[in-house]
Design a protein around this ligand. Sequence first.
Ligand code: GLA
Length: 411
Amino acid sequence: MAPRPAGSVAPAPPCRGRQDPNPFTAIKILSRLLACAALAACAARAQKFEGLAPTPPMGWNTWNTFGVNCSEALVKQTADAMVANGMRDAGYTYIVIDDAWSARERDSAGNLVADPVKFPGGMKALAAYLHGKGLKFGLYGCAGSMTCAGYPGGRGHEFQDARTYASWDVDYLKYDWCHRGTANGPETYRIMSDALRAAGRPIVFSLCEWGENKPWLWAAPVAHLWRTTGDIDPRYERFRQILDAQVGLEKYAGPGHWNDPDMLEVGNRGLTLAESRAHFSLWCMLAAPLVAGNDVRQMAPAIRDILTSRDVIAIDQDPLGHQGFRYRFGKDTEIWAKELSNKEWAVCVLNTGDIRSSVEIDWGSLTFLTEAYYRVSDVWASTRAGSNSSEAWTGMVDSHDVALFRLKPGY
Ligand code: GLA
């Protein structure tokens, strides 16, 4: 191709970058341009409802404690408890009914129906009950032909189901990945996202494909949160595995689109109190959705205090929306850091060793800090913990427990 003279303006290329040899085919070019514009508009069109999850969603879900034994009575009692114990006011608003809420079969028109024994009043009335308490209503569905527990799946029914959810005043949909055959992950979740949009009710869309298709790379236009791993269970080892799997994912999270390392096991048998505190603190450092999974109707005061700790929740819910990162990884300690708004930082030290140990943090050695002076507070102890210019922090940390700090610029 001959070089263009300096200063000349290149003719606008037709869509596929090929010059049309016939200068009189303007109509052809115009129609190609229009087709290109339509395609671009299609690719760029808004998928999900924006503005629904500026900070990580918070709530409670039936699965971790109750499995398939969800019911209207359980949901109402939980809602009442969350109002009474301060969880709602601490920010836990979504009550999500997980797998096994539906009847075993769709009705003759192919609609999902609530199990009439577990949910005798129906889902719309339950939504009204929750909304009346200042809570929101979440349901579970599955992208495959059946849910993981063998109830009707959404495959081929996406638009119909989205209309059903909208008609029941659902606010949040968790969408699972069992029995999906050869379905393509991104395409399948896009269909459900389109269906929710077409149904017209703003619904938080929570992807649950266990990180299999690296949703952090493609799900932000489609969903508000996406699971990054397989299921959590109430063991310290599992919580550590999931924590490890979050390393490097921090750049993909932000307001409206969150990595989801799975629901909380805080307070569930299998974790010590220290492990529950560590799990909660680190989920807050990760800007994770905080979805409690214990029986909040009868939890110990110490567990309630963890779940409702406002200063810790504030780290999770910080409006900057940065997910924390693992800063240091030693034999018996890990240090995690999370940037907060107004140049503040949260720093969390996890004692991964088997014994209670003395830990020292020299604030001046934290290379991510940008300001000369910080006021440091110990978030769980609610005390001042020194300043980064003068004193290091030294304290005892139990095995599998954390020390959690907030650093604020200034003396
Ligand atoms: C999958 C999900 C869990 C839960 C169950 C229900 O395992 O990852 O969170 O929803 O299905 O069957």
